[in-house]
Design a protein around this ligand. Structure first.
Ligand SMILES: Nc1ncnc2c1ncn2[C@@H]1O[C@H](COP(=O)(O)OP(=O)(O)OP(=O)(O)O)[C@@H](O)[C@H]1O
Ligand SMILES: [Mg+2]
Length: 284
């Protein structure tokens, strides 16, 4: 990475250091998050997390269950706040055109509106952004086609398969042309074969659009296949244990998962993750 995290606790210093030369990076510095438990005891979910996601980079985040991945994604996405430390999320970054960064979210549970047709689901964000009707229909149609759902415009989510619903969610996330896409186990609920196809869809979409992406996943292969970097977190309280640069060439497809270089990276990841998973099981 071409810059250092600021050492100061002061947000404005962190911000100016991070976004020097108008790069639209997001990040966190010395971030911790404490949740108040139901019985009154506190849960330290994240501790001293330092992470920078550079503009146009695809970062995969892996770690044992309960280590704070979703919490970190939610904080960076502006859906939650840190207990201590600095966060530099989408609303903090002002682009060269004078607006904050736009974000979109993709979750395992699709987040589709069951009472809206496929095209109206895709168009919803555009409607909220007051995009004129003709334009929002045109853009939504184009995105439905891009994710292989042409002809399903009037279909309702419950009439679609899991994989089709997730492709619809992808179209809905990308149609608003977000700067940053936050994905929390988006492919966790689909069957393994469909998942492989969706991974290739995601690679293609990302290679065409080059958005900044943070992807939380439990799959080592998915993390490596998609990511420019794979960030490994420790067992709770979550800290960054390893930040691995993935030097595999692009364009990528699932065939690279059987190559030697890929296996070596997978082994390295698992060597780092294994202890953390064991530790998280001991405490659960
Ligand atoms: N709203 C909340 N209130 C209280 N505790 C919470 C809340 N959200 C998360 N936690 C706790 O914070 C810790 C981290 O949770 P988080 O959901 O971020 O983990 P995760 O890494 O995403 O796990 P998984 O892989 O299972 O999705 C857990 O111990 C969880 O119980
Ligand atoms: Mg989670």
């Amino acid at each position: 990475m071409g810059f250092q995290l600021a050492r100061s606790d002061n947000k404005s210093e962190f911000v100016s250091n991070l976004n020097k030369e108008t790069a639209n990076h997001i990040g966190a510095q010395k971030l911790s998050k404490v949740f108040l438990g139901g019985g009154g005891e506190n849960v330290l979910a994240l501790s001293d997390v330092n992470l920078v996601i550079e503009e146009g980079t695809f970062v995969s985040l892996i770690g044992p269950s309960g280590c704070g991945k979703s919490t970190l994604l939610r904080i960076l996405g502006g859906l939650d706040t840190p207990s201590t430390g600095q966060v530099f999320g989408c609303s903090d970054v002002i682009t060269s055109s004078g607006r904050p960064l736009k974000s979109a979210f993709l979750f395992q549970e699709y987040g589709l509106f069951p009472w809206l047709s496929a095209i109206d689901n895709v168009a919803f964000g555009l409607k909220m952004a007051k995009v004129p009707k003709a334009e929002r229909i045109e853009r939504s149609r184009a995105w439905l086609s891009r994710v292989g759902l042409s002809g399903f415009e009037k279909t309702y989510p419950e009439q679609l398969s899991g994989g089709m619903r997730q492709r619809l969610s992808l179209a809905r996330a990308f149609v608003t042309e977000p700067d940053v896409v936050f994905m929390d186990e988006p492919l966790g609920a689909v069957d393994p074969q469909t998942r492989l196809l969706l991974q290739e869809d995601l690679i293609r979409l990302w290679e065409e659009t080059r958005k900044t992406v943070l992807l939380v996943t439990h799959s080592l292969d998915e993390a490596l296949l998609l990511g420019d970097r794979v960030v490994v977190m420790t067992a709770r309280p979550g800290r960054i244990k390893l930040d691995l640069k993935v030097d595999l060439p692009r364009p990528r497809n699932v065939a690279i998962t059987s190559e030697v270089g890929f296996s070596e990276l997978r082994t390295m990841l698992w060597d780092n993750l294994r202890d953390e998973v064991e530790q998280s099981l001991e405490f659960s």
